[in-house]
Design a protein around this ligand. Structure first.
Ligand code: ATP
Length: 253
């Protein structure tokens, strides 16, 4: 699979949130999407999944423009976690994934369902018969991630998948994503740079609605400093306000 973004621009009223974004990415790449709060990352993910339509520019999949209708056949090739994960909470995790499998018409999904849940949910035997409504935020997030991988998508789009995950759960998800990477083109956003460093092959850095970097992670680190956080600060926030006077915090009302 090859995904091409051509001069993708998104505005909300007079405000342009993404401007003239162009790139081509292929299967095997994991693109870490970075940028400060409000940079436009979720907007990009919503465009990629047809939740939003671009104001101008287009998205091509294997050379074919997706257009406004975004064919169902294309959606079947995608697995996406965007915005708030929505689960049917009256169901157990296994029932929910069987429901997702039916939507994708996957008759032989049972083994994969069990493998995904056993990998992601600690103490799976103890929670497998519980309803999702009784699950914690992180447990629900892991079930949502499992549902994205169930139908073996060729394009995997994960907006902040590590939100709410403890350090062990994040490692389990990272292991899954790294194992799955050769089979798909993955886009993943996170404010946790350690996670991005462990999973991304490429970086897309967005700031002030524009692309500040697009390319291989290794080239970014070689061209900047050794650590992703420092390199990122240098790129998008050169005058880092580390020496701000904060005495007002304790001395003024
Ligand atoms: N539906 C909308 N209508 C108007 N403005 C919007 C809408 N959705 C997003 N925006 C604006 O677009 C900008 C980018 O938002 P977006 O959610 O894409 O940022 P982000 O990079 O994902 O941020 P964060 O890291 O905080 O999740 C923000 O200024 C936001 O207020």
């Amino acid at each position: 699979m090859e995904l091409t973004l051509q001069h993708l621009t998104k505005s909300f009223g007079p405000k342009t949130v993404l401007r003239d974004l162009s790139l081509t990415a292929q299967t095997g790449m994991c693109v870490g999407v970075l940028g400060r709060n409000g940079a436009g990352k979720s907007t990009l993910f919503n465009l990629l999944t047809n939740v939003l339509l671009p104001s101008s520019g287009q998205i091509l999949l294997d050379g074919q423009p997706l257009g406004e209708t975004f064919p169902v056949a294309v959606k079947r090739r995608m697995g996406a976690l965007v915005n708030q994960a929505y689960l049917v909470e009256q169901l157990t995790p296994e029932e929910y994934l069987r429901f997702v499998a039916r939507i994708y018409d996957l008759p032989d999904a049972q083994t994969r369902i069990e493998s995904l849940l056993a990998h992601l949910l600690e103490d799976y035997d103890a929670v497998r018969h519980k309803r999702l409504s009784s699950f914690s935020t992180g447990m629900k997030q892991k079930v949502a991630i499992a549902s994205c991988l169930l139908h073996r998508p060729e394009l995997l789009i994960l907006d902040e998948p590590f939100n709410g995950l403890d350090v062990f759960s994040a490692e389990s998800v990272l292991a899954l994503l790294n194992s799955y990477r050769p089979q798909a083109l993955t886009f993943v956003s996170s404010h946790n740079l350690a996670h991005i460093e462990k999973v991304a092959t490429h970086l897309l850095v967005i700031d002030e609605s524009e692309v500040k970097y697009w390319g291989a992670m290794q080239d970014f680190l070689n061209g900047q400093q050794a650590f992703l956080g420092d390199a990122l600060l240098q790129l998008i926030h050169p005058a880092a306000n580390t020496n701000q006077d904060l005495t007002w915090l304790t001395t003024q009302r």
